[in-house]
Design a protein around this ligand. Structure first.
Ligand SMILES: C[S@@+](CC[C@H](N)C(=O)[O-])C[C@H]1O[C@@H](n2cnc3c(N)ncnc32)[C@H](O)[C@@H]1O
Length: 132
């Protein structure tokens, strides 16, 4: 959180792209922390599993974001999000991909795509497990 708040002022909108969020256990915690620092948050979540996204949506609904914040849910793989969603043209302060890069195809291509969607001095959280 300090890495973000040191760089991005609390007065600006903080945008988060979650790739392969599933039910969003990690992104939910991140959003909860961000909420106490930023009054305006734009949360974009991408996952092909509709049921999992619905669960994440339910969790996020408990956070009671105010009118300045927005959530966008994209049901589909990252490749489809990149090809079809206008939101893929946005630049994000924070991008997370937690145990999901294994499924998005070529690692280098995915990483390059995600890096191009990051704001200058943005933060990327990628979690991968050895041996998968
Ligand atoms: C192991 S789960 C991890 C879920 C979540 N990040 C977590 O840590 O609990 C992998 C997730 O990647 C999603 N996924 C699979 N293929 C994907 C793709 N091509 N693009 C984006 N997400 C994908 C799955 O639907 C699933 O929710």
């Amino acid at each position: 959180m300090k890495r973000l708040t040191d760089v991005f002022g609390c007065g600006e909108e903080l945008s988060l792209l979650g790739v392969g969020v599933g039910e969003g256990p990690h992104e939910f915690q991140i959003l909860k922390s961000l909420q106490s620092h930023y009054s305006s948050i734009c949360n974009v979540a991408v996952d092909p599993n509709e049921g999992m996204l619905q669960t994440f949506k339910g969790r996020v609904a408990t956070l009671n974001f105010d009118d300045k914040s927005s959530c966008h849910w994209f049901t589909g793989p990252l490749s489809q999000f990149v090809a079809e969603s206008p939101l893929a043209g946005n630049k994000f302060n924070l991008i997370s991909s937690i145990h999901s890069l294994y499924y998005t195809g070529d690692f280098e291509t995915t990483f390059t795509q995600l890096a191009s969607m990051m704001k200058d001095k943005g933060l990327m959280i990628i979690v991968c497990k050895n041996g998968r």
